[in-house]
Write a protein that binds this ligand. Structure first.
Ligand SMILES: CC(C)(COP(=O)(O)OP(=O)(O)OC[C@H]1O[C@@H](n2cnc3c(N)ncnc32)[C@H](O)[C@@H]1OP(=O)(O)O)[C@@H](O)C(=O)NCCC(=O)NCCS
Length: 145
């Protein structure tokens, strides 16, 4: 059964591999390392039965606001509830650290991610026109924790 735990610096290579496979604009290895070590970050990793990292979520917690920066699950592990597990665990961790609200931006065309966030209780707040470098709109979503 999959498990979610805080990411550590020894997870960086594997997290980077997942990021490279999943993201249109992947974070660099150094970017991931600074996310993992930043004291304002909540960075969680999902492991499969063999303790191999197959997904992660990264966020920053500033005062009582959580900004979700990235969530990714390896292609061959999708649609099994791992994304939901990562986001729900993140919201629980953030609530324990006194977060009151979480928000994120997601590409308008990213149906899988929008469905995942809706399933976890996020609601659309606004659309930000041409938010991304290639001109695509972002959907801005939030939840009260
Ligand atoms: C978004 C992502 C993390 C979801 O991970 P996952 O482990 O497949 O998520 P879950 O299995 O928990 O599924 C969550 C919901 O999304 C739905 N879903 C999955 N793929 C979908 C698709 N292509 N279109 C619509 N809904 C989809 C699932 O059916 C599920 O809803 P349901 O329970 O009502 O059926 C994964 O698709 C991914 O890594 N995508 C690439 C990276 C990315 O786009 N990240 C988001 C950046 S903002």
């Amino acid at each position: 059964m999959a498990a979610v735990r805080p990411a550590t610096l020894s997870d960086i290579d594997r997290i980077h591999a997942v990021e490279l496979a999943c993201s249109r604009n992947p974070w660099t290895r150094d970017g991931i390392a600074s996310g993992v070590s930043n004291r304002n970050s909540i960075f969680l990793a999902a492991e499969d039965d063999e303790k191999r990292i197959v997904g992660f979520v990264c966020s920053s917690l500033i005062l009582d606001e959580l900004h979700i920066q990235e969530v990714a699950v390896d292609r061959y592990c999708r649609n099994r509830g791992l994304g939901t597990l990562l986001i729900n665990q993140l919201l629980q961790t953030a609530a324990a650290e006194n977060a009151k609200r979480a928000y994120l931006e997601v590409r308008r065309s990213n149906r899988a991610a929008i469905r995942l966030y809706e399933k976890c209780g996020f609601a659309e707040e606004a659309v930000r026109t041409a938010f991304y470098g290639d001109g695509e709109d972002a959907v801005f979503m939030s939840i009260n924790i």
